[in-house]
Design a protein around this ligand. Structure first.
Ligand code: THU
Length: 148
């Protein structure tokens, strides 16, 4: 991935962050998910007065993408920080979002933790979720699914 493409993805995450609905935590997060075919799906966190139904920015983006038929992902940019301020440091994804990444993405999936459109820390999914449990763990040696 070229640097300018990464900058574009970080910019999209920062823009999506402006839509964050976070009246309880006041912590605003945006995400931009890049498909291998070039499509980009964005998301923000959407909180709930009942707290538990709150959804992270990353999962909003994955649900939008998967529900539109996308399955093949190259990278995600994530930008988070206190609402009303520019992010000042990398915001790493929560464990539940890492698990969703393991469902759809391989070890080389690129995760850009952005605080500006020209400043991010890049990590692979392998680094974020070593020894993760994914769809492959449900496969038997003959390629069939363990649960069928
Ligand atoms: N949050 C995200 O949207 N993504 C992350 O990577 C970390 C946390 C949200 C969840 C909640 O709405 C708020 O940030 C504070 O935890």
């Amino acid at each position: 991935m070229e640097r300018c493409q990464k900058e574009e993805l970080c910019r999209a995450a920062l823009r999506a962050r402006e839509n964050a609905y976070c009246p309880y935590s006041h912590f605003a997060v945006g995400a931009a998910l890049l498909c291998r075919d070039g499509r980009v799906y964005t998301g923000c966190n959407v909180e709930s007065a009942a707290y538990a139904p709150s959804v992270c920015a990353e999962r909003t983006a994955f649900c939008k993408a998967v529900s539109e038929g996308a399955r093949d992902f190259a990278a995600i940019a994530i930008a988070g920080g206190p609402q009303g301020e520019a992010p000042r440091e990398a915001c790493p994804p929560c464990g539940v979002c890492r698990q969703v990444m393991l469902e759809f993405c391989g070890p080389d999936f690129a995760v850009l933790l952005a605080w500006e459109e020209t400043a991010w820390k890049e990590v692979s999914l392998q680094e974020l979720a070593p020894m993760g449990f994914g769809p492959g763990n449900l496969e038997k040696e003959d390629g069939s699914r363990a649960y069928v």
